[in-house]
Ligand binder design. Structure first.
Ligand SMILES: Cc1ncc(COP(=O)(O)O)c(C=O)c1O
Length: 364
């Protein structure tokens, strides 16, 4: 007899993980929006220091990390939620806010975990198509908000399309959302944006009591292997609720220590952003030379439709061809747009290798 699983398990989509884990070392891993740079030596030392004490549970209140984030952003610690990656806070928010009969609004294509929130809770997902510049259509999203809406997700910059909306567009949207509806602004890639100061949204927390900023140490800080993210909430009740639905020790001791240390090195963050911007220009120039127009990226990855009349037909072959040549990228069909590719910025050598192999596969 087979095991019988819940209705939710039948609904939850399987996360489209990159299949990179058993590959040789010289493979260019450009499929998961990770940092190509290893953690700073000071971060590795901070992690090493706590390893001798892991016979004890980690601090369940994450007090030192919340204090460090509070000092950095001027948000009181009780309005900061920590998670085992920002995904942990996101899924907990789904559990805390959603239920059958409730609605969740987000753009599509966007972060592949968003559909999970509705599937896990039994709420209804309203997916609003991006505009033809691959950006959120905030007007269309605002009109989808009903009395049943509990949660709106805005991914800025958007994964997988790399585009970002300016602060005034986000502010105007927030003005249209009823105050009982929680808005999570998912800013996993905000540090890579050169549109404006990535921390400008923190001030919005003073104006909009329903706003939550979701951020991570996985991307610019390069700590995705340790799993640590956070949310800055306008309302302390959000933090209480997401903590209530999770197991007590959701962030391990090594992750807490690494994040605290990483925050002290903002100069290193600035240099990483500079290198990402150089990679952006190099990749975009290289793509344009192949007749490809990428979306306007404000993130650490490029997004583009493949050239030709039948991009969806050539996509699987190209993704396979690149993998056979040691370059892993993410296919658009796994992310909601067949015929597109998402390519994370790697080291300069990896970016050049990707362009070289793509050129050869396209016969350009
Ligand atoms: C838009 C977005 N939000 C959240 C996350 C989750 O990141 P983590 O759980 O590693 O903090 C990701 C990861 O790729 C992402 O792309």
């Amino acid at each position: 007899m087979a095991l019988e699983f819940s209705e939710a398990v039948r609904r939850i989509p399987v996360y489209p993980a990159a299949s990179a884990y058993a590959l040789p070392e010289d493979v260019a891993l450009l499929a998961s929006n990770e940092s190509p740079e290893p953690p700073l030596p000071e971060v590795v030392e901070a992690v090493t220091r706590v390893l001798g004490g892991v016979n004890r549970y980690p601090d369940p209140t994450n007090a030192k990390l919340r204090r460090a984030l509070s000092d950095r952003f001027g948000v009181p610690p009780q309005r900061i939620a920590i998670g085992n990656g920002s995904c942990d806070v996101l899924l907990a928010a789904g559990q805390a806010l959603l239920e059958p009969g409730a609605e969740l609004v987000y753009a599509w294509p966007s972060f592949s975990v968003y559909p999970h929130l509705a599937a896990a809770s039994g709420a209804r997902a309203i997916e609003v198509a991006l505009n033809d510049r691959h950006e959120h259509d905030l007007d269309a999203m605002a009109t989808e908000i009903t009395a049943a809406t509990r949660l709106v997700l805005v991914c800025n910059p958007n994964n997988p399309t790399s585009t970002a909306l300016p602060l005034d567009a986000i502010t105007a949207f927030l003005e249209r959302v009823p105050r009982q509806v929680c808005v999570i602004l998912d800013e996993a890639y905000c540090e890579f944006s050169t549109l404006e100061d990535p921390d400008a949204t923190v001030d919005l927390l003073k104006r909009f009591g329903n706003l939550v900023l979701l951020r991570t140490f996985s991307k610019i800080y390069g700590l995705c292997g340790l799993r640590v993210g956070y949310a800055l909430a306008a309302d302390e009740a959000f933090v209480t609720a997401v903590n209530q639905v999770r197991q007590p020790f959701f962030c391990n001791a090594a992750a807490q220590a690494a994040a605290i240390e990483a925050l002290k090195h903002q100069d290193a963050v600035a240099s990483r952003v500079e290198r990402a911007v150089i990679a952006r220009v190099e990749l975009e120039d290289g793509l344009r030379e192949l007749g490809i127009e990428p979306a306007e990226s404000q993130a650490n990855f490029a997004w583009f439709d493949l050239p030709g009349d039948d991009p969806a037909d050539i996509e699987p072959e190209l993704v396979r061809g690149l993998a056979e040549r040691g370059v892993l990228v993410r296919s658009g069909s796994a992310l909601g747009r067949p015929g597109a590719l998402r390519v994370t910025y790697g080291t300069p050598a990896q970016n050049a290798r990707f362009l070289r192999e793509l050129r050869s596969l396209l016969g350009a």
